[in-house]
Design a protein around this ligand. Sequence first.
Ligand code: ZN
Length: 570
Amino acid sequence: MKINGFELNYSEEQFADMIDKMRKIELIDKDFSGYKNLSDGDKKALEHLVEAAKILNDVALQQDHPLNLVMKQALEAAAAESKHAEKALKIFNSLNGVAGSNGLDKEPIEIFKGIKSYVGCNFYPTDMSVEEFHSILNKMLDAGKIGEVKKILSARTMVRRQDDELKGVDYTEFFADEFSEIANELECAAHYTTDELLKDYLGWQAQALLQNNVEMDILADKHWAKMQNTPLEFTLSRESYDDKMTPTIFGNKALAERLRSAGIEIVSKDMLGIRVGIVNKEGTDLLLKFKDEMSKLADYMPRAGEYEQNVGSGKELKQTMVDADIAALTGDYALCRGGITTAQNLPNKDKPALAHGGGRRNVYHRQVRASVDKTKLQKILDGLVAPELHKYYDKEFDHLFVIGHENGHSLGPDSSYQSALGIYQHIIEEHKADIISASMMPHYAADGIISLEDLHKIYTTWVVGRLFLVAYPADKEAHRVADLIEFNYLREHSAFWFDENKKFHIDFEKMASVTRKMLEDIIDVQLSKSPETAKKYIDRWTEWSDISKYIADFKINLGVKPYIDIVTYF
Ligand SMILES: [Zn+2]
């Protein structure tokens, strides 16, 4: 059957098979106790915030692909009459787009025959090659069009052709209709909420959506980052990982140098998302305990005296953190292409608020981490892990690892070292955060924040839960590449091993010393500021070994669920 002139790329059975491999993430509903405990004003505010989230999803769809909106509408219309289209729509909603990786297959999932995704998403003209992009930029620089090129390489513009050049259109203009509707919902929420800080922030955020003015983003971000004790959680996220066109400039040294000397920053485009939820007190208290340790941990960082850290001894950490019960995840959050995030620390280092004294805010997603397939987990343990370690696998301890990871982003060399690594920066930074988490855990244990038994649980759950990959990370997704590096490094240094029955064993003593050594290597890579050094390090540790293949095959045979269904009740 044809949808809007395009043939579906899979049969009804194939779509049904994908739907069988779908993991449900149930967000909160109105029966949830945390919701019932809200004041009437905050209940009303929450509904307006969810409304804003829904509108924003259409913005992200447009940023991702020029055909997303029309194809979604056509699928929804066809789904009323056709089971085939109904199933295709489910997969569309899981990817939140016409195409995307499922994190498993080498080739992306493409729902329609003939509709592929683009290197520059829909941020750039889809018929523009990397070569043409670079040559237009060079030509515009020749003509002295510095201001125009700045706009093209800004995080907040959609780039379109203009004659034989390019122009950057600010999001507030390109998405003026949607942004004004969202701003309206935020103003309503601000009116109803009982919390002064949230009210204040929502007011600034609404303004930031209406004005072509980076200063407003800075003000909104600064207010947002201060929210520690608000009853509600609301985030407008701006993540720049999807745009693969802008970072190609780092590979063109002559052009990158030209831009640098013209004072033009190369910033990838922001894909927008909205998260809405209710702050969970108990979970948040645990996070704050970990936070109290951080300034101490800064002193334990390798070569600590040689660089500025976000957190240092005597320095107050501008970092709030909350554990949230989630009511809505839309836009970038709902682009479930091989995964869904369990926590997020914003703003990212490319955002100006940080340079203007703003802090960061870290939010953990309770409903996302709560979704586990217990039967499958038992099969993995039985098939791949030595029996004496089974008692140490505990999903709640993955959460502690993630807390350590998120805190890890605030430690180590500052962002100038990170970005100097060009296209390798995200892999190395995520890798660093993982290994700060793993190598600092013994300090948390020494200070009584966790027990020794907890430490064993954290290590076991980390390796088995995260480092046992289901596929070689062919898409070079930063977290997965980091996982593979860690697996190989720990194994080669005998922190863990596999016996003749291919069962996993762990040396807890060595985990501490080997993760420490790994952290030293990573910090050396960041301090080198050399993309070549980073590449060499990554190449050295990303072999896809026989044991990795064995584990991947074993897990795939159990049935991997690479698709995600976010069930929203509001
Ligand atoms: Zn991270």
